[in-house]
Design a binder for this molecule. Structure first.
Ligand code: NAD
Length: 468
């Protein structure tokens, strides 16, 4: 068993011991329900390459199952199983009505042209369709490491070619471009969710006191590993909306540091222009990219891959809070060591659940065939406008144009998506925190999050009367 799957399994067992649930039920919740491994040929240049790929449905207790598709050379069955497993608990924690799933294609996207990636993605989708592993009520993929809106558009288009007559076909995949049945705010969703979750965590005075920190995000120093979809949006929102200072950033090519802060938008422009984050004016290049994990900072955001903080480097970690934006960035042993040292780890299955939350909104939009806000925006705007007019008449005073606009605005889709995400992240954090407070023997947020998820999932099974 790989480190990652082993860590997920260990974390599950640790939490399960606190639940008092029957062993048979726990075994059923823990097991992966379906694992589909495929090998298919794709013509690349003049030769045929055999591509290894997977789709794992961890739990079908709720349908459809849901989870991203990863394109990476490191993909293997254990990794996809671990990721699918986390999805089940993630969905339960943020109350989205899906079972967990994940897909993986063992390729390095960097080494392929867009045309080749398109061929691979379309063939992978055709394999999923053939085996009934995709569909708006069956299993709904989304982006993950190495994939994005472009790949989701190819998946939808392939699905439509096979199942064009299905009225809800657009809900077969989420994370699509807005013009292709996507939803505003999905690209930023995971990073924004990380922001809302950490902001909630640092708002609790007592918890911050234990870490020697003041409440609030303003002025907090942040280090980010991986400036991809999740890391970039998280860094940008921490900087622009949290007023935090991004002091260290690592990417594939290396890491940079500036104690006065690195402007996230400027570093993106610099990377686009030079092809690298290195040699950014005002920042110093670090010797190795992994040093990002060891800098002195308030909040560390690993947003690249699993198994980054292990027993061999955990002692060097100086962050007070680790927000696991990536899945599985801290191994189970290292997490236990860091928790004992007083570090707060905000677990992956909660903190990166913003993606699946907004994917849920996108799926609902696809099933309803209508943009959020379309029915009520004008109605609300007119009602607020009448109210402002009434206040003006009664007081004899006039409200300024800017204030009036602010008071009378009806919500657009993006406003509703962000509001739904914010509500979800805040509610879920406080649920987890309550479990931790109630169960004195539980020392970390991950175990509390697992317990919260297990209670919700077990009630689905218990309602069926299968388990005594
Ligand atoms: P991405 O491919 O957009 O970005 C990942 C970035 O990390 C890439 O730019 C890559 O070059 C960089 N990277 C890889 N190895 C690195 C290293 N050793 N040091 C520094 N940088 C490195 O992927 P993503 O979608 O942002 O996903 C990142 C993580 O977040 C994954 O663990 C994924 O499972 C998780 N996640 C993603 C989503 C989502 O909505 N995309 C949702 C939940 C969780």
């Amino acid at each position: 068993m790989s480190n990652f799957l082993e860590s997920v399994s260990k974390n599950f067992d640790k939490a399960a011991a606190h639940t008092g649930l029957p062993e048979g039920l726990l075994n059923q919740i823990k097991a992966c329900n379906s694992v589909y491994q495929m090998n298919f040929p794709v013509k690349i240049g003049n030769e045929y390459r055999v591509i290894e790929a997977y789709r794992v449905q961890h739990s079908q207790h709720r349908l459809p199952t849901k989870g991203g598709i990863r394109f990476s050379q490191k993909v293997n069955q254990d990794e996809v199983m671990a990721l699918a497993t986390l999805m089940t608990y993630k969905c339960a924690i943020v109350d989205v009505p899906f079972g967990g799933a994940k897909g993986g294609v063992k390729i390095s996207p960097r080494e392929h042209t867009p045309a080749q990636l398109q061929k691979i993605t379309r063939r992978y989708t055709a394999e999923l369709i053939r085996k009934n592993f995709i569909g708006p009520g069956i299993d709904v993929p989304a982006p993950d490491y190495g994939t994005g809106a472009r790949e989701m558009a190819w998946i939808l288009d392939t699905y439509m070619q096979f199942k064009g007559g299905e009225i809800d076909a657009a809900g077969c995949v989420t994370g699509k471009p807005v013009t292709q049945h996507g939803i505003r705010g999905r690209a930023e969703a995971t990073g924004r969710g990380v922001f809302y979750g950490v902001r909630e965590a640092v708002s609790h005075k007592d918890d911050m006191k234990k870490l020697g920190l003041t409440p609030g995000l303003a002025g907090k120093t942040v280090a980010v590993q991986g400036l991809g979809n999740v890391g970039y949006h998280a860094a940008q929102i921490f900087q622009n909306e949290g007023d935090s200072k991004i002091i260290c950033i690592a990417e594939y090519e290396g890491a940079i540091y500036n104690e006065d802060g690195i402007d996230v938008d400027e570093i993106m422009k610099h990377r686009k222009k030079t092809g690298s984050i290195m040699d950014f004016p005002g920042a110093k290049n670090m010797d190795q990219r992994k040093q990002v994990l060891e800098v002195e900072c308030d909040i560390l955001i690993p947003a690249a891959l699993e198994n980054q903080i292990r027993m061999d480097n955990a002692a060097n970690v100086k962050a007070k809070i680790i927000a696991e934006a990536a899945n599985g960035p801290v191994t189970a042993d290292a997490a236990e060591y860091l928790t004992n040292k007083g570090v707060m780890i905000i677990p992956d299955m909660y903190i990166n659940a913003g993606g699946v939350t907004v994917s849920y909104f996108e799926w609902l939009k696809n099933l309803s065939h209508m943009r959020f806000g379309r029915m009520e925006k004008r109605f609300n705007q007119n009602t607020y406008s009448n109210l402002v007019g009434l206040v003006e008449r009664l007081t004899g005073k006039t409200i300024g144009v800017k204030e009036r606009d602010l008071l009378t605005r009806g919500a657009d889709e993006i406003d509703l998506v962000r509001s739904g995400l914010e509500e979800t992240m805040i509610t879920a954090y406080n649920e987890i925190r309550e479990v931790k407070k109630r169960k004195k023997a539980v020392e970390d947020l991950r175990t509390a999050a697992f317990i919260s998820a297990l209670n919700k999932i077990s009630s689905d099974y218990l309602a069926l009367g299968i388990f005594p």
